[in-house]
Design a protein around this ligand. Structure first.
Ligand code: F6P
Length: 363
């Protein structure tokens, strides 16, 4: 019997279960393969006792419709940068990759499929370089990986954000208010830009284009010129003014990232301080953008990625990550996969089109 190990790492994302099911279903079409899952990313392998479950057809049936991940996940146990709390309460990060490689070799899997974002694929690369047959599958709602035209989870996040935006428009109109809606995306403005266009925002603020508060004020005044106006703003959690900084809090213990969130309140204060007379309300969407059932496109992309990942295993084409490029499902090296992030290019057509629709980026 040949054995394959699947795991999901980093933040959860709609579509993870569809990838798991895609891999498992494709594997079942071949004779002699057993599919296993490691619980909570590599913790299932690293922890004693280990938590590795057999992914039978009963376990994976119908899971493509479910959000989250049946294998659970974590963004606080990176094996190449593992947090160890010291006696004085500080956290030291250590490289436990050799220990992980030894454990994986002992378990003797014929392939490991690592479903995760940028950080997870960096782990894939280290493991592959140390002799583990790894395949990567990209995931993130932020859509910030340049090796693939799109990641699954992104469309679901945009759909949720757009539906929320629509709801804020009707209340903004009724109360003649300025509504600020903050969306996720870390340092990339993809969710914000797509939501602003789909929802019909007046203002869209993204990390790639620092904004000038006075320009925003002008845009707002224009909307209130004839009396009772209203304005709907989408702001990405990583957006920053031309002067000043982004709101972030230190990451939780063990987490490598600072936590973003709260720029909606920061912007609200900046607008008031700059003389905005209209009533302002703030909504921080947060994790609802990552929850619930994936939209059809994300189910499709994730399922197809799963099938492709297993086919790379059959071909013994390891050290690669599946990707969507020019409408084709392809694979790229793990080097390419982790080389550079995918940010919104301020000179790109999507930004130009948004501006053509009258959306101000405050630049
Ligand atoms: O990367 C996905 C993401 O949802 C970002 O958009 C957000 O900044 C971050 O994860 C939140 O992380 P956590 O779930 O650890 O708070």
């Amino acid at each position: 019997m040949k054995k394959i190990l699947i795991l999901t790492g980093g933040g959860d994302c709609p579509g993870l279960n569809a990838v798991i099911r895609g891999i498992a279903k494709r594997a079942r079409k071949e004779k002699g393969w057993e599919v296993y899952g490691s619980i909570e990313a590599f913790n299932g392998v690293m922890n004693e006792p280990q938590e590795i479950v057999r992914l039978t057809s009963k376990r994976t049936a119908g899971i493509h419709v479910k959000g989250g991940t049946i294998l659970k996940t974590t963004n606080k146990s990176n094996p190449i940068h593992f947090p160890v709390v010291q006696a004085d309460g500080t956290t030291k990060f250590v490289d436990r990759s050799d220990e992980l490689v030894a454990k994986l070799k002992k378990l003797d899997f014929d392939a490991v499929i690592n479903i995760g974002g940028d950080g997870s694929q960096k782990i894939s690369k280290v493991l592959y370089d140390k002799g583990i047959p790894v395949i990567g599958v990209p995931k993130t709602i932020d859509n910030d990986l340049s090796a693939t035209d799109m990641t699954f989870g992104f469309q679901t996040a945009v759909q949720i954000a757009t539906e929320s935006f629509d709801k804020l428009v009707t209340t903004a109109e009724s109360h003649h208010r300025v509504m600020i809606m903050e969306v996720m995306g870390r340092d990339a403005g993809w969710i914000a830009t797509h939501t602003a266009i789909a929802g019909g925002a007046e203002i869209c603020l993204i990390p790639e284009i620092p904004y000038d508060v006075n320009k925003l004020l002008k845009r707002i005044h224009l909307r209130y010129k004839k009396g009772r106006g209203f304005v709907n703003i989408v702001i990405a959690e990583g957006a920053k003014p031309k002067e000043g900084t982004v709101t972030s809090t230190a990451g939780e213990k063990g987490s490598e990232h600072v936590r973003l969130g709260g720029v909606a309140y920061q912007l609200s204060k900046q607008l008031k301080d700059a003389g905005c007379k209209a009533e302002i309300r703030e909504t921080v969407l947060g994790h609802v953008q990552r929850g619930g059932t994936p939209v059809a496109f994300d189910r499709l992309l994730a399922s197809v990625f799963g099938v492709k990942a297993f086919e790379l295993v059959l071909e013994k084409n390891f050290g690669r990550m599946v990707a969507l490029k020019n409408n084709q499902i392809v694979s790229v090296t793990l080097d390419e996969a982790t080389r550079e992030p995918n940010f919104v290019n301020p000179g790109s057509y999507i930004v130009q089109a948004a501006k053509g629709l009258g959306i101000s980026f405050g630049d």
